[in-house]
Design a protein around this ligand. Structure first.
Ligand code: NAP
Length: 302
């Protein structure tokens, strides 16, 4: 199956980046798009994120072989219901949602007659909206595809080829396993960042201006993650509840063990952990998932 016409629903960071990446790397694919916000539609048209911006979801998907829903996970079902009347019977419906079991269920409820192949490109930034998109967002990053058991292998192959065409490395995974893995690698880190930035801003005996002034000691790196879109992240925690709570339980136990080590002066325990975590940072860099320059490559000028 060859993808000739792609429709993107939701023209923010992810939707806009897919449109720009298709234009740069798969120019034979025609793109259309829709966003519920008239202002976003106007910006998307001005920025050329897709070939044609439509004013209705049905209009955008009319000729599409592939539709990718790029809306917050809590809006997936509503967006899928809105495109239903315009869909061609052969169209593949996919998405980029950060949690996969809940989205797969929502899409199956909304479009019971269609081929649904959920996916999650593990690529993003803390920014959102149509201006935040860029063509290279997916290059060298993983895209996890989570087909249900018995999903059409031709559709899975077509979607895999599409993401590989955008420069992604593609992996197939069971949706429940995806949710557990991403709870550790993405959802809990965001929860920790939101917590620590919130805690610092609530302190009474250390002023907010001091927190910001001395943030280069480490705090500022959490603020990048904690600046991520509130709607998107609210929805992630509400839809990946089980895996997040399970991993949070593990994290809390580990934190308590560290608290005990600090209280009892167990330097070996601290040293062993900090040595192991340093090796993980090295592995992230070796696998091309981050910049090897110290301090994330920040300039240290005057
Ligand atoms: P975004 O920049 O906020 O874009 C989402 C867009 O969807 C907004 O313009 C929003 O309009 C629009 N929208 C909301 N409900 C809609 C509906 N029912 N129909 C049509 N458009 C609708 O968000 P994003 O960062 O691209 O995230 C989109 C999806 O990608 C989420 O599911 C997220 O979990 C996933 N994801 C995000 C990242 C990341 O790092 N950001 C990475 C991987 C995957 P309004 O502004 O009017 O609400």
């Amino acid at each position: 199956m060859t993808i000739r016409n792609l429709a993107i629903i939701g023209l923010g960071l992810l939707g806009g980046s897919i449109g720009l990446a298709v234009k740069a790397r798969l120019p034979h694919i025609t793109t259309t798009g829709y966003d519920r916000s008239a202002e976003v539609r106007e910006q998307a048209a001005a920025l050329g994120l897709v070939g044609t911006v439509h004013d209705t979801p049905q209009g955008a998907v009319k000729d599409a072989d592939l539709v990718i829903l790029c809306v917050p996970v809590g809006a997936m079902e509503e967006a899928a219901r809105a495109i239903a009347p315009g869909l061609a019977p052969h169209a593949i419906i996919s998405d980029v949602g950060s949690s996969k079991q809940a989205v797969a269920q929502a899409l199956a409820r909304a479009l019971p007659e269609h081929t649904i192949i959920p996916a999650h490109p593990v690529a993003g930034t803390e920014q959102s909206g149509p201006n935040a998109g860029f063509a290279t967002l997916f290059a060298g990053r993983w895209c996890i595809i989570t087909p249900a058991q018995g999903a059409d292998p031709v559709a899975v192959a077509a979607l895999s080829e599409f993401w590989a065409g955008l420069g992604s490395k593609v992996e197939l995974m069971d949706a429940a396993h995806h949710d557990l893995v991403l709870a550790v690698t993405s959802h809990i880190p965001h929860l920790i960042a939101y917590t620590i930035v919130g805690t610092a801003s609530d302190l009474e005996d250390v002023t907010e201006s001091e927190v910001i002034k001395y943030s280069a000691g480490g705090f500022r790196d959490f603020t990048r993650i904690a600046a991520s879109d509130p709607v998107m992240w609210r929805d992630v925690f509400l839809t990946n509840k089980t895996a997040v709570l399970e991993m949070l339980g593990r994290f809390t136990e580990d934190l308590t063990a560290l608290q005990r080590a600090i209280r009892s002066g167990d330097g070996d325990k601290l040293f062993d952990l900090f040595t192991r975590t340093r090796a993980i940072r090295r592995a992230v860099i070796e696998q091309g998932q981050d910049d090897e320059r110290p301090d994330f490559g920040r300039e240290h000028g005057e």
